[in-house]
Design a binder for this molecule. Sequence first.
Ligand code: FAD
Ligand code: 2HG
Ligand code: ZN
Length: 440
Amino acid sequence: MGKYFGHATCVLRPRTTQQVSEIVKYCASRRIGIVPQGGNTGMVGGSISLRKEIVLSLGAMSNVRSFDPVSGILVADAGCILQSLSDHIAPHKHIMPLDLGAKGSCQIGGNVSTNAGGLRLLRYGSLHGNVLGIEAVLPDGTILDQLSVLRKDNTGYDMKQLFIGAEGTLGIVTGVSIMAPPAPQASNNLFLALPKFDNVLPLYQQVKGQLGEILSAFEYIDRTAYDMGVKHGLGPILNLDEVGDAECFVLVETSGGNNTHDEEKLNILLESLMSADESLINTGVLSQSPGQFENIWALREGLTECVQKEGKPYKYDVSVPLTDFQKVVDQVRERMISKGLYGDHGITKVMGYGHVGDGNLHLNVIAKNGYRPELEEALEPFIYEVVASHKGSISAEHGIGSMKTDALRYSKSDVSIQWMKKIKQVFDPLNIMNPGKVLP
Ligand code: FAD
Ligand code: 2HG
Ligand code: ZN
């Protein structure tokens, strides 16, 4: 993003958990701050050194420790890249329970530490359910071995849950045990253009009703984001004449056990949508080949990169009720217009895309000519206040990092923050683990 700049003077790349433990012991004895770093793809400035803390990069810890094709349980070093884990288990007909655009660079330890959501959450649920165990090095250097391969383990406090989404503030995750689901026999996708945003909710209801158990993703792209994607070489998925003045688009994916059955369901869905008297869609296309399936996904997954090409993005990853998705985007655009900050001298685009099925909106506000303090001041805390007024969350899946520490209070009560601080104090009394992140 060109927004966060690290100040580390030293990067260490341990190869074993034992080495991580020795480094942490050394740092604890001298009160040296440590920033754990995975693939460095996080979006909230969590993996950078704010005040010359050392960076501890997990990239050299990239061994798969075991995979059981019967249970689907995978145990891997934290530094394994998500895509390489997918490739490792693909021949055994399993997939990772999470998938995201950053899969070629992000690491499983980073995914767990940010509690990454992504494109498969609708189907397989969050990492809080899929991670069976972790191995971590605690802030005094002790190795916590909770690398369980058990589905059921009800023996008191479930400490691994604290590390899922802790963003490196409680210790360094060195190993992960995770449940990988069987690969679906058939995957298909459908891309739909909708005349207006108000149709998204009824469409979601209809899609859920007709596709039932095979529905695996329901993703949203507004018109501004779609046009930007096309401009930068993605798609176009649909014929422009048929798209007409569509306000937004939806990507529906199915993953099931029988291609004929799934295709039939999708065809019936598309037909019923097209032939309805007051159709919820302008047009739509059902992928006809693996290439087209990939193209449709490439448009959705490529938006983040296009945003970078378009200018400097202010990124907001929020949870709001589905009905309020577009309202939030429009409110922000109107504010920038009313403040005279919209146009080539300031903000050139305000757009929304995201995981509708999970109520997660990615609001991206683009400054063509670079970040400027007056732009940020107009956006924050305004956006956080809007989100709080919709009883939403200021971070749906990207975390808090260094970007949102002051905004935490919009989504967590004083009591919650107090207890989070107490937990931090118990684990890391010297405050050497990723200082300045998550907690205000
Ligand atoms: P980093 O960026 O290196 O670190 C992230 C945080 O975790 C930091 O606070 C760091 O200190 C900590 N950390 C990293 N490794 C460890 C470890 N081993 N132990 C302790 N702490 C650690 N996120 C989503 O949720 N859903 C998406 O769909 C999604 N799509 C993305 C698409 C793109 C193109 C990009 C660039 C990012 C996307 N993200 C998404 C952001 C997401 O948070 C990261 O991609 C990913 O989960 C972070 O992994 P990483 O290995 O890069 O971690
Ligand atoms: C996604 O869903 C990622 O594509 C990135 O979480 C979101 O670019 C973004 O704002
Ligand atoms: Zn996302």
